[in-house]
Design a protein around this ligand. Structure first.
Ligand code: SF4
Length: 101
């Protein structure tokens, strides 16, 4: 009985600690990364040189990607949709992310 109670209290304490740490250490992510990722093919092939579509989308938002055409499976429709999305979702200072097809 004592062992069960001890383990229960220990589990609850560790759970609370993890919940607190998750809130404290959470990294805020630009929501535009997900918005751009949804406009990519989503096949995670790595042809763009990034480990997947999520990383490529993050590279676009971070300004690392110069050409959307690095994503070979995308079509012109994807590229234009991404460019339009970036125009509709500018940076906080009003500037638009500079990326070309
Ligand atoms: S090349 Fe395109 S589809 Fe492939 S991982 Fe990169 S962004 Fe995704």
């Amino acid at each position: 009985m004592t062992a069960v109670l001890t383990l229960g209290i220990l589990g609850a304490a560790l759970g609370l600690g993890l919940a607190f740490a998750a809130d404290l250490l959470a990294v805020e992510r630009d929501p535009r990364i997900e918005g751009v990722e949804e406009l990519l093919p989503g096949i995670n092939c790595g042809a763009c040189g990034y480990p997947g579509c999520d990383a490529f989308a993050e590279g676009i938002i971070e300004g690392e990607v110069e050409h959307l055409a690095d994503c070979k499976p995308s079509t012109k429709k994807n590229y234009n949709a991404i460019l339009q999305y970036l125009k509709d979702h500018p940076n906080k200072d009003g500037s638009i992310i500079n990326v070309k097809i």
